[in-house]
Design a protein around this ligand. Structure first.
Ligand code: HEC
Length: 186
């Protein structure tokens, strides 16, 4: 084997190993805590969660508040924050429902964050890929929490037509996705 050829083989082999490792794992700390979200992001919607036990107040930075582009996706640099609160329960542990049919939130329990940056999705398989979004979860005071981020990725991944954001249609310009019938339309 010539020297050049064996150097190429060695280089290719190490590239392949690098690619396999990258494919298996994304750095768990690349989504940082957006410390100033409460003052600089917009609280575009607050919901009684589908899990029936929590309330989420959802905030978006200015990039996400621009809404989707013509491709139906939010732009790189978009960040969405979900403040998670327990719903208040009565003496029998049943969630209290108010006269408005809504939950009452207790104290802030955790802060979920999703952020999109170019190329971030490349390391994932289809089941875990959320375009170029990735996820993190923090305590109520912003300390990173250990969590199985693949669980976040797997549950948000199927929402490809909403750019993987459950509350997508509450963002400006996203109420009527292109394929949906627009009752206000001509
Ligand atoms: C079992 C499914 C599921 C898992 C697991 C999950 N989410 Fe979500 N997520 C939801 C749903 C549903 C909503 C919309 C609010 C609601 O009704 O709960 C949501 C909302 C959000 C939002 C607000 C933006 C949006 O999509 O509307 C963020 C941010 C978020 N999740 C981050 C995370 C993070 C971080 C994790 C992992 C620590 C995670 N999620 C795990 C289902 C899930």
């Amino acid at each position: 084997m010539s020297k050049t050829y064996s150097a190429i083989v060695a280089a290719t082999a190490s590239l392949a190993v690098g690619a396999t490792l990258a494919f298996a794992q994304a750095p768990d700390d690349r989504v940082g805590f957006p410390a100033d979200y409460a003052t600089t992001f917009t609280n575009y919607v607050s919901v009684d969660r589908q899990n029936g036990t929590q309330v989420m107040r959802i905030f978006a930075n200015d990039i996400a508040m621009q809404g989707p582009g013509p491709d139906g996706r939010l732009a790189d640099g978009a960040i969405i924050v979900g403040e998670i609160y327990p719903a208040l329960v009565d003496g029998e542990d049943n969630v209290v429902i108010t006269d408005l049919g809504r939950f009452i939130r207790g104290d802030l329990a955790a802060i979920a964050v999703m952020e999109k940056q170019a190329g971030w999705g490349d390391v994932f398989t289809d089941e875990l890929r959320n375009d170029d979004w990735d996820f993190a979860i923090f305590s109520s005071t912003g300390e990173r929490r250990d969590a199985d981020l693949d669980a976040c990725r797997a549950c948000h991944a199927p929402l490809g037509d909403k750019d993987h954001v459950f509350s997508f249609r509450h963002l400006p310009g996203a109420a009527f996705p292109a394929e949906a019938e627009n009752p206000m339309g001509p």
